[in-house]
Design a protein around this ligand. Sequence first.
Ligand code: V1P
Ligand code: CA
Ligand code: ZN
Length: 380
Amino acid sequence: TFHIQPHSKQKVSYFHHKDVGNFHFGLQHPMKPHRLTLTNNLVLSYGLHKKMTVYCPPKATDDELMEFHETDYIKFLKEVTPENSEEFAEDFPKFNISEDCPIFEGLYDFCQIYAGASIGAAHQLASDGADICINWSGGLHHAKRFEASGFCFVNDIVLAIQHLLRFYPRVLYIDIDIHHGDGVQEAFYATDRVMTVSFHKYDSGSFFPGTGNISEIGYGLGKFFCLNVPLKDGIDDDSYVSLFKDVILDVRDHYQPSVIVLQCGADSLGKDRLGGFNISIKAHGECVKFIKSWQIPLLVLGGGGYRISNVARCWTYETGILLDTELQPELPQKNHYYNFFGPDFSLHPPLVRKMDNLNTRSELQKISQQVHELLRFLDG
Ligand code: V1P
Ligand code: CA
Ligand code: ZN
């Protein structure tokens, strides 16, 4: 007799450092690490910790950060503080210290914590300790070898992928943050061992960081191993999810990745404070569900997300998806931050607005066609 297994259960590990939510970029700054405390709290109040292994990740060491970053840049991040910043002011332009990337109390600890969690998660995947690893504090995709950019100081994604490359032949990186994953793209632009795919808002250069045209396809050995899906404001659930599945399935079939890193930036949700897309938490989660269903080792990271109550909802819902656990739509009342989630107190508040989808059917069709044509170059 045959025993049909619809899907064998994937083992999930969850990395959360208790201090990661206590850092502050500054009062006016949109990046709020507190969203990580909110998320963790909601994950626990749904009881999801009972279905996965929860780790307090070790902080990344200086040497680990220098696997990608320049020694001088890491030394600078380690030494500079709000108090001594005058002594270092001459270095600010060089390292892109700015309004976006300000010096704040505990900056280096913050970097060590979120990068340590991504490296630890990568290590656990590679050593066969889990099938899926989650680090919602990671996904800071803009940081460059020797400079900060777009709220990102060290690039935990590049560090995690570099670690995975010691064990796996091909890494697929997928980025659904509304911003272009430029730092990860740049780091692996000339290699065929990492394929980077980013979906993002692109308006010929004015939306941050300004890159991510479909014409950016990789260089040298990496030519065609970089894919960009530029979109406009107002994209809705159906257009986004169907384009995502259409593109990413063809990527999988051509590239046949041995491991996947998924950056789940929640600023692609409707009503985000910086983004302009119009998608729901269910649609965002559907992208995660689709990748998970392939049963390929998976590292799941956070990223942007600037309406923090929705970020916490989204990443909690996606933790549930990764655990094959349906969550009741009413938020658990025993949650310490319950009041943050009014007036609806629901996991699925209405995020989708009556707004124009500036992506026309024919434009989306054209992007899909261009992507399939580019992927054909990966054959043979
Ligand atoms: O637009 C810019 C730069 C700053 N100007 C000189 C142009 N920066 C954006 C940065 C967005 C970073 C997104 C990060 C991520 O992809 C990953 C974590 O989500 C920016 C914006 C904006 N509306 O795009 N910075 C700020 N807003 C900002 C506002 C207030 C205080 C500090 C920064
Ligand atoms: Ca993106
Ligand atoms: Zn973003």
